[in-house]
Design a protein around this ligand. Structure first.
Ligand code: AMP
Ligand code: MG
Length: 414
């Protein structure tokens, strides 16, 4: 275990593994019943069950005619139209049955009547008055989903631990659940440090900059299903920092930005150490984000994990995704999700130095069959403009310094 005085640079893979192992030991927040749309982005704390068979009746998947397949094996076949059934048909209409030589006009989503075992698409028929001519044979079962084929009453349709997105919302609505149990959003304290920082609604002096990290972090927290509690900016002063750190440690997770590099006023590790912090790592061989710190503090009977993220805005964003996310996911009740890596063709040559795993802001184009990627121009890890233009990072392994245009590279999606 590293201490603040013995900084050891871990490889990206080792650091990620430490984070994943710690994450696996964390318990999720408590479940609460939540309105369906407020649950989007949160994690299911219960199985969502089918309240009846799905579909509840044999469902026509085409507009056309419900028939007995045996009647239409040699075509053209002439049938007698004995009625009509539309979606949501009344009990009387759905009481219609199809006998030999008969057909019932049917609409998509309607219950297939007793006696029929297939639906012929309307495009393959011609009808005049009560006569229907079927021009194409169908097999038994064609264009019909049998009752219960998707799920049986009581089946788990969406399991606990699933992150709620539009499809899960659709299922919950379909089984009559306006509210579902999800784990409460973990509370994440966000503490920016730096004498140069002013808040977004104040005018910065000539050598001051606005605090953007608290907001980018809060946005990332929110996107991950957490609730950010933005604390006042801590001055580069041990007493001020200690005060705000204690406040931040009351949350489920504490994120600091800035103050973790080797500068004279980078006091974060020192002050955390004075509160008895355990450090799991205090540096990772990556760029941007090398000084990133991960640990926990036990205070007042409560152990709170924390991350000290480097203050450069792009470093803050990358290290959140690489390391904070698994911890936040675990607190939010989600299973460990792998990082969204993919591969793409490099559009222009790229060169870097060896030694660090690099995550370079880049732009992936929209071609689905052969995606291309290129670096965005950037002025280093303080470049917010580059970060907002990018939609991914090109991942450069530590042993490579040159890639040619046309090579396949690994890309980390946002
Ligand atoms: P530090 O990690 O404290 O050495 O800061 C590295 C760089 O990031 C410096 O240029 C800081 O001004 C900048 N920076 C630090 N914190 C923030 C913040 N909250 N918002 C925007 N930029 C920041
Ligand atoms: Mg600083």
């Amino acid at each position: 275990m590293a201490t603040s005085s013995s900084t050891k640079l871990l490889s990206f893979a080792d650091a990620r593994q430490i984070v994943e192992r710690r994450a696996a030991t964390l318990s999720p927040t408590e479940p609460e019943l939540t309105g369906l749309l407020d649950a989007v982005g949160l994690v299911l704390a219960e199985d969502v069950l089918a309240d009846r068979d799905f579909p509840p009746f044999p469902r026509a998947t085409r507009d056309g005619f419900a028939v007995r397949a045996a009647d239409v094996q040699s075509v053209p076949a002439r049938l007698l139209r004995v009625g009509e059934i539309k979606a949501g048909a009344t009990v009387e209409a759905s009481g219609i049955s199809v006998g030999p030589g008969e057909a019932v006009e049917i609409m998509t989503g309607a219950p297939v009547p007793v006696g029929a075992d297939a639906v012929v698409m309307v495009e393959c028929t011609a009808s005049a008055n009560a006569r229907v001519t079927v021009q194409r044979a169908v097999k038994a079962g064609e264009n019909v989903v049998p009752a219960g084929a998707e799920a049986r009453r009581g089946d788990v349709m969406v399991p606990k631990g699933t992150r709620v997105q539009h499809a899960a919302v659709a299922v919950a609505a379909a089984v009559g659940r306006p509210e579902i149990a999800v784990f409460r959003r973990p509370r994440v304290a966000v503490l920016a440090t730096g004498d140069e920082l002013v808040d977004v609604n104040l005018p910065p002096g000539p050598n001051e900059i606005r605090n953007s990290n608290s907001y980018s972090l809060a946005a990332q927290v929110y996107e991950a299903g957490g609730e950010a509690v933005i604390l006042p900016v801590a001055r580069d002063d041990a007493a001020d920092l200690a005060l705000l750190l204690r406040k931040g440690l009351e949350a489920d997770l504490l994120l600091l930005s800035g103050g973790v590099s080797a500068g004279k006023y980078d006091l974060v590790e020192e002050v955390l150490a004075s509160l008895g912090a355990k450090f799991f790592f205090t540096g990772v061989a990556i760029q941007p984000g090398k000084p990133v710190v991960f640990g926990e503090v036990a205070l007042n009977g409560k152990t709170t994990p924390f991350f000290g993220l480097p203050g450069n805005p792009v470093s803050t964003m990358v290290t959140f995704q690489l390391f904070v996310r698994p911890v936040l996911d675990a607190l939010a009740g989600a299973k460990l999700e792998p990082l969204p890596f993919t591969q793409a063709i490099l559009k222009a040559a790229l060169s870097t130095k060896t030694g660090l795993t690099r995550f370079l802001p880049a732009k992936l184009d929209g071609a689905h069959d052969k995606p291309g990627v290129e670096l965005v121009q950037w002025q280093g890890s303080g470049d917010l403009m580059a970060a907002s233009t990018a939609n991914c990072y090109i991942v450069v392994p530590p042993d490579r310094e040159q890639f040619e245009a046309g090579e396949t590279v690994t890309v980390l999606l946002f």
